[in-house]
Design a protein around this ligand. Sequence first.
Ligand code: FPP
Length: 244
Amino acid sequence: MSNDGVPKTYPALPHLPAHVGIIMDGNGRWARQRGLPRLAGHRAGVENLRRVLNAAVKFGVPIITLYAFSTENWRRPKEEVDGLLDLLREALDKEVDKLHHNGVQLRHIGDLTPLSDDLKASIRHAVELTKHNDRLIANIAFNYGGRDEIVRAVRSIITEGLPAEAITDEVVAAHLDTAGLPDPDLIIRTSGEMRLSNFLLWQAAYAEFYVTPILWPDFGEEAFYEALRSFAGRKRRFGALDEA
Ligand code: FPP
């Protein structure tokens, strides 16, 4: 949306990523710059989540995976962890019906085990309610870690009793939380850090990486388009040579 409230249009891009992963970083710095508590930054981050989901629908990105809480984020002060859990609960309560109405299919990746029963129930309700929607698949990575996901996949493969020679890339991928979805073509990280931070370790093998200094609460529609424009200009070789 431009400043005058008129929806902004953007030139069509020659190709779009089928799946975009986003590491939503910089909420704390955004808050500090304004003399606000860190949780105010996370709250602004949730607001921005809505803008970016709308932008994904507008641009025609079919799948988006958002890194909301990592398996390492439990190490933050209890007040911040509790605040993030509350924000997720609040966002689910307030936003799910609207997202459902807009054709968004919500999914969760990560380990639900340590979450409270009511939060698990809210997540399961959102996933169940929206499971037939097909305008946008939005994966929320909450208590997600790439290594933890691979460990859980290996455990389930062993539990199923698969013989060693049956293990292929496809078998491993089919036991990850993202089973059935294409790998991300583009991973965006806001706030300038150049790390993957345990995000989609297996799936990111050939993802294009885009880092912007913009802090997550300020990463709006135009910034998202800029990332998509950068992606559209990249040459991907997947380990091979350029075609003659
Ligand atoms: C990184 O900012 C952000 C997070 C750890 C959480 C991301 C969470 C949101 C966008 C909102 C929560 C979403 C849901 C659905 C609950 P940071 O705190 O690391 O920022 P800093 O590096 O500037 O301190």
